[in-house]
Design a protein around this ligand. Structure first.
Ligand code: SF4
Length: 220
C-alpha cells in the first residue's frame, strides 16, 4: 500500500487536538476525564487510498471508534459492518472489535462525515460543515474511487455537500444509486446501527443486498 505524502496525509487526517468544533472539543475532554485510556480524539480513516469503494459513516460512536481509534470498531454497528465486509471479500482476517485485531480492508476504505464523537451521536450542521474538508480530501486522494456507500441520511448529505452537488436533487433512499460525477456512484443504505436493526428498518439481508449491488457496480 502506498503511503500518502505529508501534505495529502495532513488534508486527510485532522490533528488529534483539532480545535475547530468547540462543542466536540469539550465533549472529547469530558470523555477523556471519564475514560482516560480511550482514544477521545478525531478518528482517522481506515483502509487503502487505492480502493474502489469508500464507506462513509456519520461519526465515531462514543464506546466504539472514539474508544478504539478505528472507524466502526468496538460497537454494534461495527459487528455488522465488518462481518458483512468479510462475507463480501472487502476485508481479510478476523474482526475482534479492536484496532489491533489484524483485520485488513481490501479495495475498501472507511471514513466518517464527522471525525469526532458528538453528544448523543448527533453532530450539528455547523460541525458537519466544519469537518467537511477532511471528507473532501478523501475524494481527492482516492484516484480509483468508483463507489461511495453512504450509511444514513447525514452521510449521504455530507457526501453530496463535499462534492458541491445539489442535495435536493438527489434524495436519500435505502438502496438508491446516484451519479456523483467523474464516473462515480453514490449508493445509500440505512445506517447499520443497533437501533435500525432492532427495529427491523435494516435487516442483515438488506445490508448484504447493498453489498451485492456494490459488487455489481464494481464489475463482480
Ligand atoms: S469534528 Fe472534525 S473539524 Fe470538528 S474538531 Fe473534530 S476533527 Fe476537527
Amino acid at each position: 500500500m502506498k503511503s500518502p505524502d505529508a501534505s495529502v496525509a495532513a488534508a486527510l487526517a485532522p490533528p488529534l487536538d483539532c480545535g475547530l468544533c468547540p462543542r466536540l472539543v469539550a465533549y472529547r475532554a469530558a470523555n477523556h476525564r471519564k475514560e482516560p485510556s480511550w482514544h477521545n480524539a478525531p478518528v482517522a480513516s481506515f483502509g487503502p487510498l487505492e480502493a474502489d469503494l469508500l464507506i462513509v459513516g456519520l461519526a465515531p460512536g462514543r464506546r466504539g471508534a472514539n474508544r478504539t481509534a478505528r472507524p466502526f470498531t468496538g460497537d454494534f454497528a461495527g459487528d455488522l459492518l465488518y462481518a458483512t465486509l468479510l462475507t463480501h471479500g472487502f476485508a481479510t482476517g478476523s474482526y475482534a472489535a479492536r484496532a489491533d485485531d489484524g483485520l485488513e480492508l481490501r479495495n475498501c476504505r472507511i471514513t466518517n462525515a464527522v471525525r469526532c464523537v458528538p453528544p448523543e451521536n448527533k453532530p450539528t450542521g455547523t460541525e458537519a460543515a466544519t469537518c467537511r474538508p477532511f471528507l473532501r480530501a478523501e475524494f481527492d486522494a482516492m484516484e480509483r474511487l468508483s463507489v461511495v456507500l453512504a450509511l444514513g441520511t447525514i452521510a449521504h448529505q455530507a457526501v453530496l455537500a463535499a462534492l458541491g452537488r445539489v442535495r435536493a436533487a438527489q434524495r436519500f433512499g435505502h438502496g438508491a444509486t446516484h451519479e456523483i460525477g467523474a464516473g462515480r456512484r453514490l449508493v445509500d443504505s440505512y445506517h447499520c446501527s443497533r437501533l435500525n436493526t432492532n427495529t427491523g428498518r435494516l435487516t442483515e439481508a438488506m445490508f448484504h443486498a447493498i453489498f451485492d449491488k456494490i459488487r455489481a457496480h464494481l464489475g463482480g
